[in-house]
Design a binder for this molecule. Structure first.
Ligand SMILES: NC(=O)c1ccc[n+]([C@@H]2O[C@H](COP(=O)([O-])OP(=O)(O)OC[C@H]3O[C@@H](n4cnc5c(N)ncnc54)[C@H](OP(=O)(O)O)[C@@H]3O)[C@@H](O)[C@H]2O)c1
Length: 294
């Protein structure tokens, strides 16, 4: 793990905690935060848009009940997507906005939602075709200067997009879709760019968003069959093997677990003790990619 990392592995992903998933009430949020902390999972991933702009504030309501929790956790949040919905009638269509004004307003709103005066990590959610790296860098400098954000990164940025922004500001994380069914970052330079510039990759949908467990899906049968064999070999479960597959990469991938069940988050924690052999890693890779190596 690179030295600038301040986050736990895994990170708890909160996208499905609110109305986009489990519909937790405040007591559920608090219980889940406390169970995560007891398990050594201290980092929580959010975005302004989660739950149609409601999940940050629900999480914040739980924090406000026990203010001492704030100093025990790291909050990651994202901005840059404008999502039209009932809570944002001013947005006519889905669009991206990385103007300085939008970034600063979004961070101020996230601070209010969480009831905190700092965000540990702010990410730009998606590459914006109109992104002006100089303007973004100015906004980030201003937010850091005010102590409102501690670290900055991007999400879903290709290497060249990361490089353009990196000329003007320090990028410490790139949150990417990486899993046994999303191998592109291993192949197309995303993780090499992280290695080259000491950017820490976070993996979203690290278990494929749950679809791997759909036994009726024929494309996943070979993956599950190979992962089951490895689970027996390493005396563990399939989820742990699929997370260990990510942890084996030298870039130091931090998986974000989207499960709303503490047991599944702990499975990802347990995966840190599994060290797949190279043959086992490539066996899994092949089960997904389907092509013999050159
Ligand atoms: N930066 C971005 O663009 C971006 C995009 C999407 C997500 N994210 C972040 O990444 C996090 C994770 O994403 P994700 O939720 O799509 O990823 P995920 O962890 O791959 O999937 C979580 C889903 O899989 C289900 N699941 C996991 N293991 C299962 C099993 N063994 N059997 C049945 N269901 C299983 C979970 O259900 P249960 O709740 O029942 O366990 C949950 O619905 C999000 O919370 C969010 O923080 C970021």
């Amino acid at each position: 793990m690179l030295s600038s990392n301040k986050l736990s592995s895994p990170i708890a992903g909160c996208m499905r905690w609110g109305v986009w998933g489990a519909c937790f009430d405040v007591a559920d949020y608090r219980a889940m935060i406390e169970l995560c902390l007891e398990s050594g999972i201290t980092s929580f991933d959010h975005a302004d848009i989660y739950g149609d702009y409601t999940t940050e504030a629900e999480f914040g309501a739980a924090l406000k009940e026990t203010p001492s929790l704030r100093q025990e956790i790291q909050l990651i949040t994202k901005c840059g997507i404008q999502l039209p919905n009932i809570n944002k009638p001013e947005f006519r269509i889905k669009s991206y906005n990385t103007s300085a004004a939008h970034i600063i307003a979004s961070v101020n709103k996230s601070l209010e939602n969480f009831g905190t005066d700092y965000i540990d990590v702010l990410l730009i959610h998606r590459p914006d075709s109109l992104l002006n790296p100089y303007e973004v860098a100015e906004a980030i400098a201003q937010l850091k200067e005010a102590g409102k954000i501690l670290q900055f990164g991007v999400s879903n940025f290709m290497p060249q997009q990361t490089n353009a922004l990196r000329k003007y500001t320090t990028i410490e994380y790139n949150q990417l879709e990486i899993s046994i069914i999303q191998l592109i970052p291993f192949i197309n330079g995303y993780l090499d760019n992280c290695l080259e510039h000491q950017i820490i990759p976070m993996a979203w949908a690290s278990l494929g968003g749950g679809i791997l467990t759909d036994e009726g899906h024929p494309s996943f049968r070979s993956i599950i069959s190979v992962a089951s064999g490895l689970a027996r070999k390493y005396n563990t479960g399939i989820n742990q093997i699929l997370i260990a597959f990510l942890l084996a990469h030298p870039a130091g991938i931090i998986p974000i677990m989207g499960s709303t069940k503490i047991d599944r988050l702990i499975q990802a924690k347990d995966a840190t003790n599994i060290h797949l052999t190279r043959e086992d890693w490539y066996g899994l890779y092949l089960s997904s990619n389907g092509e013999e190596l050159a």
